[in-house]
Design a protein around this ligand. Sequence first.
Ligand code: GDP
Ligand code: MG
Length: 166
Amino acid sequence: KSGFVSIIGRPNVGKSTLLNHVMGQKIAIMSDKAQTTRNKIQGIYTTENEQIVFIDTPGIHKPHNALGDYMVESAYSTLREVDTVLFMVPADEARGKGDNMIIERLKQANVPVILVVNKIDKVHPDQLLAQIDDFRTQMDFKEVVPISALEGNNTEKLLEILKSNL
Ligand code: GDP
Ligand code: MG
């Protein structure tokens, strides 16, 4: 069984960190600086019976120039190519305009969306629950999975969910 999964979200939410963790090697470029991930970098997670092709995307932001515009559209273009979208948001920053912009595009795309709330190592459980409740008021998600991509917390669960949806 196999499937395509893209990871979408604002810059610096931890998309590349998750991909690196899942693949167990540094395949995407990581940095604190926004916009280091310029291309769709694919990692293929393979077990005996399953194959998940991950597509990392440039962080979605309000484009200031033609290159920015191209990168944002290239991230959105993956919505037409994948079976599942991981919409990643940080647990420690309130939903903002950038997230709302992404949510509008996700609603237009006819693809299941899993909300991945990352960086749970940085917040109190109450703040995590409030964040999840807030995003749930905006859109119906297929699943909601809190993780720490950095520490690897709950990433196995996320993989299990993706596998069960292949
Ligand atoms: P991207 O722009 O969405 O690809 O984000 P990156 O993967 O490049 O991560 C941006 C920053 O967030 C880096 O400094 C990461 O180390 C940090 N980061 C990513 N995931 C986590 C996490 O789960 N917890 C914490 N504390 N930091 C994280
Ligand atoms: Mg990145």
